[in-house]
Design a protein. Structure first.
Length: 330
């Protein structure tokens, strides 16, 4: 077998037939051969590694996004290193510095803070990047995002259409742009509807447990002081809220309080009261982010650092309202 075939086996396996891959695999196993990617990077100037930084590794949507990215990266014969910044801007910048030192081919990041200046510096040394889940502020930064302002507007408008007047917005991390956009979208619908108010109800985290605690606190309020609808910043919060209301047997969903979630995760349709939610295409977002990153890598390799001064693609997906029994009895 030729050296080119062996190289393709490690770096572009799709170019080989299954029979050739099998023969090379047997030879590699017999010899105990391990390729030296550091040497490959020095020789070719191309790293086989992509970095992915997520701000919420335990979030319900992150695994779907990460799986879509990894599948696309793997199809290119490359590898994905995933990092969790734990909601810390300092930690995500540390990971960016680490990936820069490792000279990865590119980075996909769903950031907590604004990291576009750091990404611009990485582009200057040949490392491509894509912002994920947040639209870039600079035209020179490629991004793939979801229109969360539109999503928040859809959620609040639906509740208003059901005759709800006192809407509560339940979330943590209001400084996070994705969350702030959902709130701003909801506020735009509320401000356009006379007699409708919106109360921000903060919780410590966006989890089922936080949703349960939020609902229990609302149950302790006098009935006249409770909202008649809740827009939760994600489905986990909404699932916890519905679960606690049903368990308390004091608040009926949706008769007393209608509940809307966000993301349309798998469990949203199978909770004790099926959840009305805003559907966001997480798998499509991950695939689009990976596709765009490979385009950015090619652009940097062909045009050099000059490509960083050109406007880069800004891909934005539109969310959709999915109506279930938590807002409309079925």
């Amino acid at each position: 077998m030729s050296p080119a075939s062996v190289s393709n086996y490690f770096h572009r396996p799709r170019k080989l037939s299954e029979g050739t891959r099998q023969r090379i695999r047997q030879a590699v196993d017999a010899l105990g051969f391990v390729p030296n990617d550091a040497a490959r990077t020095l020789r070719t100037g191309v790293s086989p590694v992509i970095g992915y930084i997520a701000f919420e590794l335990a979030g319900a949507t992150t695994p779907e996004i990460a799986a879509a990215i990894e599948q696309r990266v793997s199809a290119e014969g490359m590898y994905m290193l995933m990092a969790n910044d734990t909601g810390s801007e300092q930690r995500e910048r540390s990971y960016l510095q680490l990936f820069a030192k490792q000279q990865v081919s590119g980075v996909i990041i769903a950031p907590v803070g604004n990291v576009e200046a750091e990404l611009a510096r990485m582009r200057a040394i040949g490392i491509a990047s894509v912002l994920s889940a947040r639209r870039a502020e600079s035209p020179a930064q490629a991004s793939v995002s979801i229109d969360h302002v539109a999503g928040g507007r859809l959620a609040a408008a639906h509740l208003i259409e059901q005759g709800r007047k006192r809407i509560g917005f339940v979330s943590s991390s209001l400084e996070l742009k994705q969350v702030a956009d959902r709130l701003n979208g909801a506020l735009s619908a509320v401000h356009a509807a006379p007699g409708v108010t919106l109360e921000v109800i903060p919780v410590p985290e966006r989890s089922v447990e936080a949703g349960i605690a939020c609902a229990e606190a609302l149950v302790r309020r006098p009935a006249t002081e409770r909202p008649d609808a809740l827009f939760c910043a994600n489905d986990l919060l909404a699932i916890g809220v519905v679960q606690a209301f049903v368990a308390a047997k004091v608040v009926r969903v949706p008769a007393d309080i209608a509940v809307v979630g966000y993301d349309d995760i798998e469990f949203a349709r199978s909770t004790i009261v099926p959840l009305t939610t805003i559907s966001t295409p997480q798998g499509e977002l991950g695939t689009a982010a990976a596709d765009l990153l490979f385009s950015e890598i090619d652009a940097l390799n062909s045009a050099g650092n000059a490509s960083g001064a050109l406007p880069r693609p800004q891909i934005e997906f539109s969310p959709e309202l999915v109506v279930r029994a938590s807002t409309v009895p079925q």
